[in-house]
Design a protein around this ligand. Structure first.
Ligand code: ADP
Ligand code: MG
Length: 617
C-alpha cells in the first residue's frame, strides 16, 4: 500500500462537487432554489449551449451582503440552519451549504448582488474555487449569478456531457418542475435568446400548469384541494380518460420541493384503481404541505428523495385527495369503456377435453375426425361436435396474421414479408402432431421426445423475432389528421434525437416547440393504436435504452404487435398449421421463451415417461 496522505483542498473540493453537480441542470436547480430561498418573487434563467458555456440566474431576492459573499462560497457555509435541531424543521430548499462551493469548484462564477439596505452591491468572481475579484459595484437589489464553462477544469466530466440540446432539455425539465412547485414566483426561462417559459407568479397552480404543459393538458385536469391531520394537498390531477402511458407527468412537491416518492406514486395510482386501463398512469401536479418534522429531506445530496416518519399518513392523504377529486368529477360523461380490439372473438369454449386429431383413414371414431379441410373438437359441456373451418378465414381482420404452412417455408424475403430467421434451422426434424390440449397446447412427438408447445407463446415469439430481424424500414401509415402530442421534456428530447430511427420504424414525426411533436404517420403494423398512446411509450423506451436505441427500444412495441398478431389460445388451427408451428419451434434453437419470458415448449423424453410408469428404473 502506498503512503496515506490527506488530499489537497483542490482535489477534495472536486470530489465533493461531483456529488452535487453532475451536469448543467444540477447547477440550475441549485441556483434557482437559492433564488427561491432568498424570497424572490421573480427569477429569470438564461442559458446558452445547453448551459454548458453559459448559465445566468437573476432574482430580486434578499441579496448577499458584501461581508458574506466570500463565505457563501465556502463548503458547509449556509444562512439556513445554525444548530442540529434546525434539521428537523427545514422549510427552505437548501440547507447543506454545498451548492455554491461545488459550483465554484468546477466552473467560472461571476456574481452581482445587493441587499436592499446597502448603497452599493458586490461584484465577485471565483474560478475553480479561487477568488479572482471582490469589489463594490452599482447594481439592482437581488442577485445575478453567471456560470461559464462548467467542468472547464474537469475534462473527465466534460466528456460525459450529452449534446447541448439534451443538456438544455434537462434544464428545461428542471425549471418547469420548479415553476410548477412555486406558483407565487414568476419564472422566466430563456434558451439561446428565445423565451421558452414564463409563469406569471399569480399564485395560481393552473396558470403554471398551463404555462408549462400547455392548454390541451391543462384542460384534462380536475382540481385537488384536501387537508388531513395537518397535511394540505393542492393542485390538479388528470381525468382518468386522459391518463398517460407512463409516469413522467406525475409531479409531487413536498413543501415546495420536487421529489420522487414511491409512496406518493402508489397511493395516487391506488386512487385511480379500476378507472384506468392497464398500462395507463395518472398525471398530476400535487403540492403537499406537511409539518417539516415529519419529513427528512437530508437523505439525498440533491434532496430529490425524502423520507417520511409516517408513511401511512402521506399515503392516505394523497389517496383521499385524489379519490375525492375523482369522485366529484365522476359524471357519466367520464365513463370510458376501452374499445378492445380483439381481432377474432371465439365464443368461450371452456373445458375442452384433450382432443386427439388424426387423419380420418387412420381413426374411425365419429366424434374425432380429421380431414385436411376441417377439424372437429369435442366439447365437454355440450357433448356436441363443433366443426370449424381452417384458420385462414376472410372474417379475420387483415392485421391479424395467422400462421399457415406457407408462413414457415423457406422463401426469398419479400417486401411486406418480415424477414425470418428460418435459415437458423439447421437440420429439420419431422414432427408428428398428436393433438391439442385445452385449445392451446400442441402435443407432438418427435423421435423419442414428447413435446408440449404453448401455441400462442410460440407464435408470438416467432413474430417478435421476425420483427426484430427486419433490415428494411417499416411501412408507414399516414394519418388523415396529424396528431399533436405533448411530451415531457425528457420524452421530447428522446424523440428529437432519434427521428431517423423512428422513421425507420415507420413513424413520421416533426418536433415543434414546447415539447410538442406532430405525428404525421405511424407504422402500419400499429394501425388503429392511438398515437397518443404509442408515442410517449416509445419515447420512454428510447430513454430507457439510450445506449442502443435500435433495436432494443422497440422491443415493447414488437411485444405488443407480436402478442396481438399471434394466434391465441382457443383459436382453432388445422393440423398443418400446428405442424408448421411445432416444427419451426422445435427445429430452431432460439425460440425458447415468449417475449414476456414464459417458456414456449416443454419436452418429456420417452425415458422420463417410462421411468414414471416404472418400466425402467
Ligand atoms: P445553501 O443553499 O444550502 O444554504 P448554498 O451554497 O447554495 O447553500 O448557498 C450558500 C448561502 O449563500 C446561502 O445559505 C445563502 O445565504 C446565500 N445565497 C446563495 N444564493 C443566494 C441568492 N440568490 N440570494 C441570496 N442569498 C443567496
Ligand atoms: Mg443552496
Amino acid at each position: 500500500m502506498a503512503k496515506i496522505t490527506v488530499l489537497s483542498k483542490e482535489i477534495s473540493e472536486l470530489i465533493a462537487a461531483g456529488e452535487v453537480i453532475d451536469r448543467p441542470s444540477s447547477v440550475v436547480k441549485e441556483l434557482v432554489e437559492n433564488s427561491i430561498d432568498s424570497g424572490a418573487n421573480s427569477v429569470t434563467v438564461e442559458i446558452k449551449n445547453g448551459g454548458v458555456t453559459y448559465i445566468r440566474i437573476t432574482d430580486n431576492g434578499c441579496g448577499i451582503s458584501e461581508t458574506d459573499i466570500a463565505t457563501a462560497f465556502l463548503r458547509h457555509a449556509t444562512s439556513k440552519i445554525y444548530e442540529k435541531e434546525d434539521l428537523n424543521k427545514i422549510l427552505t430548499l437548501g440547507f447543506r451549504g454545498e451548492a455554491l462551493a461545488s459550483i465554484a469548484a468546477v466552473s467560472k462564477v461571476e456574481v452581482l448582488t445587493k441587499q436592499q439596505s446597502e448603497q452599493l452591491g458586490t461584484h465577485y468572481v471565483i474560478e475553480g474555487s479561487e477568488e479572482k475579484l471582490n469589489e463594490k459595484a452599482g447594481c439592482p437589489d437581488g442577485t445575478t449569478i453567471v456560470i461559464r464553462d462548467i467542468f472547464y477544469n474537469v475534462p473527465a466530466r466534460l466528456k460525459f456531457l450529452k449534446k447541448d440540446v439534451t443538456e438544455g432539455n434537462s434544464i428545461s425539465a428542471i425549471v418547469s418542475k420548479i415553476a410548477l412547485s412555486h406558483p407565487e414566483i414568476s419564472i422566466r426561462f430563456i434558451r439561446d435568446n428565445k423565451q421558452e417559459l414564463y409563469t406569471p407568479g399569480d399564485s395560481d397552480y393552473f396558470s403554471d400548469i398551463y404555462a408549462v404543459y400547455g392548454k390541451s393538458f391543462a384542460q384534462t385536469l380536475i382540481p385537488v384541494d384536501f387537508s388531513n391531520n395537518g397535511i394540505e394537498i393542492k393542485g390538479y390531477t388528470v381525468k382518468p380518460v386522459y391518463s398517460r402511458s407512463n409516469r413522467s407527468f406525475q409531479n409531487f412537491f413536498i413543501n415546495g420541493r420536487y421529489i420522487k416518492s414511491v409512496t406518493c406514486t402508489v397511493s395516487l395510482e391506488e386512487a385511480y384503481k379500476n378507472s384506468l386501463m392497464t398500462g395507463k398512469f395518472p398525471a398530476c401536479v400535487l403540492n403537499i404541505k406537511i409539518p417539516p418534522d415529519i419529513v427528512d429531506v437530508n437523505v439525498h445530496p440533491a434532496k430529490i428523495e425524502v423520507r417520511f416518519s409516517d408513511e401511512k399518513l402521506i399515503f392516505d392523504s394523497v389517496y383521499f385527495a385524489a379519490k375525492n377529486a375523482l369522485m366529484k368529477e365522476d359524471k357519466p360523461k367520464e365513463l370510458y369503456i376501452p374499445e378492445e380490439k380483439k381481432p377474432t372473438e371465439n365464443p368461450p369454449k371452456n373445458d375442452y377435453k384433450v382432443t386427439v386429431i388424426q387423419p380420418k383413414e387412420e381413426y374411425s371414431s365419429k366424434q374425432l375426425s380429421f380431414s385436411s379441410e376441417k377439424i372437429e373438437y369435442v366439447s365437454e359441456k355440450t357433448d356436441e361436435s363443433i366443426t370449424v373451418k381452417p384458420a385462414i378465414d376472410e372474417e379475420k381482420p387483415e392485421n391479424f396474421k395467422y400462421i399457415s404452412n406457407s408462413s414457415f417455408v423457406k422463401k426469398p424475403v419479400q417486401d411486406e414479408e418480415i424477414h425470418t430467421a428460418e435459415n437458423k434451422i439447421t437440420e429439420s426434424k419431422k414432427i408428428r402432431i398428436i393433438g391439442e390440449a385445452f385449445l392451446n397446447y400442441i402435443i407432438a412427438e418427435v423421435n423419442d421426445e414428447l413435446l408440449l408447445i404453448d401455441k400462442h407463446a410460440a407464435h408470438e415469439r416467432i413474430i417478435f423475432e421476425k420483427l426484430k430481424a427486419r433490415e428494411k424500414s417499416f411501412d408507414s401509415q399516414m394519418l388523415i389528421c396529424p396528431a399533436e402530442i405533448l411530451l415531457s421534456p425528457e420524452e421530447y428530447s428522446a424523440v428529437s434525437e432519434n427521428l431517423q430511427t423512428l422513421l425507420f420504424m415507420g413513424f413520421s414525426i416533426k418536433c415543434k416547440d414546447k415539447n410538442i411533436v406532430w405525428v404525421e404517420g405511424v407504422p402500419s403494423y400499429l394501425e388503429g393504436v392511438p398515437p397518443e398512446d404509442i408515442i410517449p411509450e416509445t419515447a420512454e423506451n428510447l430513454i430507457n435504452c439510450k445506449n442502443n436505441p435500435q433495436p432494443d427500444a422497440f422491443d415493447e412495441l414488437f411485444h405488443s404487435v407480436a402478442c396481438k398478431s399471434a394466434i391465441k389460445a382457443n383459436d382453432k388451427n388445422d393440423i398443418r398449421e400446428l405442424t408448421a408451428l411445432a416444427e419451426n419451434v422445435y427445429n430452431r434453437g432460439d425460440i425458447k421463451y415468449c417475449p414476456h419470458g414464459r417458456p414456449v415448449m416443454i419436452k418429456l423424453t420417452k425415458k422420463d415417461i417410462e421411468k414414471q410408469f416404472k418400466r425402467i428404473l
